[in-house]
Design a protein around this ligand. Structure first.
Ligand SMILES: *Cc1c(COP(=O)(O)O)cnc(C)c1O
Length: 431
């Protein structure tokens, strides 16, 4: 009997009723082969699958689990809300003010914020707002950056699309595609060229200030500041998509780490504490254009619902109370150094990129600074590496172009175990 017999059985059944058997493409094992693992229970830094195998989790629900799965304070807060408040009202509730005020306090550029239900909703709404505010149509994004699955963004869109080899999706109209221009990450000249060719037509530049959907690619020193300057000069709305890096690389997000202030910020993942949440916010003058105060429409039946806000608020409070960031950095350095030792021992020169607790081991010797250097990675070798890690009980994202996340719950012993597994998996990947 295979170790993953029950997962394989469930996957066969799922494929009959769900396209590709999954509710989000990145969960399929398309780029690494094999069948997805069905998880049955999460606890801290660990997950157990339906066959009873236990894994050390470095996916963290794709980013939200900076405090691990089922943090006791978060589950207790959720239980309280379920028993004493309710799951939804469709009316204003006090908790909405609490989280909005807290977010404005934590994230430097926020003066007003609107809660939504996913990162995708946040980015779609922020771009509509930027277009309404500027009266312009076009946007600039960066090749390999992912901003959710809104039509405007599905043009050279990073991990999910990249893994499936279909960066441009059917169903996105030519008109929409024409309004999205792609620049090269870390290359300010590529942005200036597009701005000059489309003078007075660019509504927004949207960027992941730490790119996390083409593996991990940090912005080079000065790059974000140069974007800020260009946007100010040209009247372009600068949007930092901090859905992944917000509250991850620092409590105040990449904008506080690098000291660059965007006009709008999109958030998600960690501020949902494992429940579906997104948010967008920024300068008062721009946010005042959002309905019902302004004329740019945006709405949501379940936006700001008590359960999602409870998990989000409790997560933020724990992050403030416990300040896990120095500890996350210490752990991330241990892992990075351990992997580097292994690479050295094996005579391999693969690249590791890291910002705080998000990192990526690229199976290439080319320094990875943008999309074109990222795709020099050997995805076949990565596939072998992934399966060896999985077999040793280490759950990584099933794609070369995804981040590896460390949580506050990963212990030093967990890291040691991971470093040992990494050595074996690197050996396996070279065969
Ligand atoms: C995950 C992600 C999104 C999309 O968020 P969803 O909640 O999956 O819709 C948008 N932008 C970035 C940078 C992300 O990492």
């Amino acid at each position: 009997m295979s170790k993953l017999a029950k997962s394989a059985e469930l996957f066969e059944k799922a494929k009959k009723f769900i396209p590709g058997g999954v509710n989000s493409p990145v969960r399929a094992f398309k780029s690494v082969g094999g069948t997805p693992v069905y998880m049955a229970k999460g606890s801290g830094a660990y997950m157990t699958d339906v066959d009873g195998n236990t894994y050390l989790d470095y996916v963290g629900s794709w980013g939200p689990f900076i405090l691990g799965s089922m943090h006791p304070r978060i589950t207790a807060a959720l239980e309280y809300t379920l028993k004493n408040i309710g799951t939804s009202f469709g009316t204003p509730i006090e908790m909405e003010i609490e989280i909005a005020e807290l977010l404005c306090k934590i994230v430097p550029s926020l003066e007003m914020v609107r809660m939504v239900n996913s990162g995708t909703e946040a980015t779609m709404s922020a771009v509509r707002l930027a277009r309404g505010y500027t009266g312009r149509d076009k946007i600039i994004k960066f090749e390999g950056c992912y901003h959710g699955h809104g039509d405007s963004f599905l043009i050279k869109a990073g991990s999910g699309a990249l893994t499936l080899g279909a960066p441009d999706s059917p169903g996105v109209t030519k008109g929409t595609a024409m309004d999205t221009l792609n620049a090269t990450y870390n290359d300010i000249d590529s942005v200036k060229l597009l701005v000059n060719e489309n003078k007075g037509q660019i509504a927004a530049i949207i960027i992941e200030p730490v790119a996390g959907n083409t593996g991990v690619i940090p912005a080079k020193p000065g790059f974000l500041a140069a974007l800020r300057e260009l946007c100010t000069e040209e009247g372009i709305v600068l949007i930092f998509d901090e859905v992944m890096c917000g509250f991850r690389v620092a409590l105040g997000g990449a904008q506080s780490l690098y000291g660059v202030t965007p006009d709008l910020t999109t958030m998600g993942k960690i501020i949902g504490g494992g429940l579906p949440v997104g948010a967008f916010g920024g300068k008062r003058e721009i946010m005042e254009r959002v309905a019902p105060l302004g004329d740019v429409y945006q709405a949501g039946t379940l936006s700001g619902n008590p359960l999602a806000l409870t998990a989000g608020l409790e997560t933020l409070k724990i992050l403030i109370d416990e300040n896990p960031y120095p500890e996350l950095e210490r752990k991330a350095v241990i892992l990075e150094a351990g992997f580097n030792d292994n690479l050295k021992k094996l005579g391999l020169n693969y690249v590791q990129n890291r910002v705080g607790s998000m990192s990526c081991l690229f199976f290439t010797e080319t320094p990875v600074v943008d999309y074109s250097t990222a795709i020099t990675a050997d995805t076949k070798k990565h596939g072998k590496y992934f399966h060896s890690m999985l077999d040793q009980g280490i759950y990584l994202a099933p794609s070369q172009f995804e981040a590896m996340f460390i949580s506050f719950m990963h212990t030093d012993a967990d890291l040691e175990k991971t470093i040992k597994a990494n050595y074996n998996a690197l050996v396996a990947s070279s065969k």
